[in-house]
Design a protein around this ligand. Structure first.
Ligand code: ATP
Ligand code: MG
Length: 334
């Protein structure tokens, strides 16, 4: 049976990029033929420093964002990673399968570690092995992610293939990445060459799901652009990354193609396009922010939902972990 797994780090407030590239699609994938399992990957978040009280709040807030965006904890399994110990255990097993050279090649590691790799956590380097564990502990067949996670997904496939080959088994599926739509890489509002990220030091670079209407309108108004009017087709956006980004955001929010958006705004400047985009962003995000706040008003209920999700996740993960240990020759006597 097909099984979808994906996760988001509670490493800060979620952004429009997370919503369009991940959350919105997570919700849309529910109720199909595949089982859906969604995880707040708190063990990934701590690969860079997190203030404990802030992290706890961010985990609850991310859970609220998932549900506000339409992830239904009845239809999907929704939980936080650190409550299901199979993830960390499987990650250790995969640390012995993955090669160090694979890890150093990851562009996310290079970006997040910067030049001084001596002083970053070992976890930041091992991150992709834990991500492979997240996915393969459920034998997930497909993973909806943004474009930035493509390389990690390939590494997950490499780990699965090497494990299967080394032990002569078919224990793990070769998972398919689902990178679909026009918003698989929403860019920073300040720099058209960088993706929008919740951990970007500049708050003006992103739209947060907790931003109010004024903040959203102001960030879009100040978003970097060129001075040319919009072209009639996406062909004309080729060398205009900032313009392309805003058009793609509009298209994703409106569930239209970028060409359809351009046919409406052809010849208009950003003085006209930005307010239209701001209105659309506000009307799309306002109900989500409101639902998030409603969920956040009852943290005990969020905790209950995450606890229940963890039990369901554990039931799927533990037998697969146990079988994996057995394959590797780790003696099981109880
Ligand atoms: P961080 O800066 O802490 O890494 P992030 O914003 O990159 O945070 P992640 O938790 O790393 O968020 O990623 C969660 C999901 O959101 C992944 O599937 C990722 O591909 C997707 N995603 C992240 N940023 C974007 C973006 N700018 N556009 C589209 N999808 C995105
Ligand atoms: Mg990220």
């Amino acid at each position: 049976k097909p099984r979808i797994f994906s996760g988001i780090q509670p490493s800060g407030g979620l952004t429009l990029g997370n919503y369009l590239g991940a959350l919105k699609r997570f919700a849309a994938l529910q109720g199909g033929e595949a089982e859906t399992i969604y995880c707040l990957v708190d063990l990934h978040a701590i690969t860079v420093w997190q203030e404990p009280e802030t992290l706890r709040r961010n985990i609850r807030e991310a859970a609220a964002a998932f549900m506000a965006a339409g992830v239904d904890p009845q239809q999907s399994v929704l939980f936080n990673q650190s409550q299901v110990s199979a993830h960390a255990e499987m990650a250790w097993l995969f640390n012995t399968v993955a090669r160090v050279g694979w890890m150093y090649r990851m562009t996310q590691f290079k970006d997040k570690a910067g030049k001084n790799t001596e002083n970053v956590s070992l976890g930041l380097l091992a991150y992709p092995a834990l991500m492979a564990a997240d996915i393969l502990t459920y034998q997930a067949t497909a993973v909806p992610v943004g474009e930035d996670q493509k390389q990690h997904l390939e590494l997950t496939r490499d780990i699965a293939a090497k494990f299967n080959h080394d032990y002569g088994v078919e224990q793990f599926p070769i998972t398919e990445p689902l990178i679909e739509g026009v918003a698989t890489r929403v860019m920073s509002l300040r720099d058209g060459s960088k993706k929008m990220s919740k951990s970007d030091p500049s708050d003006a670079s992103r739209i947060n799901l907790t931003d109010d209407a004024d903040a959203i309108a102001q960030k879009i108004r100040k978003a970097r652009t060129d001075a040319d009017p919009l072209p009639g087709t996406t062909e004309g956006l080729k060398d205009r990354p900032e313009a392309r980004n805003l058009v793609n955001i509009y298209a994703a929010l409106a569930d239209q193609t970028p060409d359809a958006v351009l046919s409406r705004f052809e010849g208009q400047g950003f003085g006209a396009f930005k307010p239209a985009l701001a209105d659309l962003a506000v009307s799309s995000l306002e109900p989500i922010t409101k639902r998030m706040n409603d969920f956040m008003a009852d943290p005990a209920e969020i905790d209950r939902i995450l606890g229940e999700g963890a039990i369901r996740a554990d039931e799927i993960a533990t037998p697969i972990l146990e079988r994996t240990k057995e394959i590797m020759g780790l003696l099981r006597t109880r």
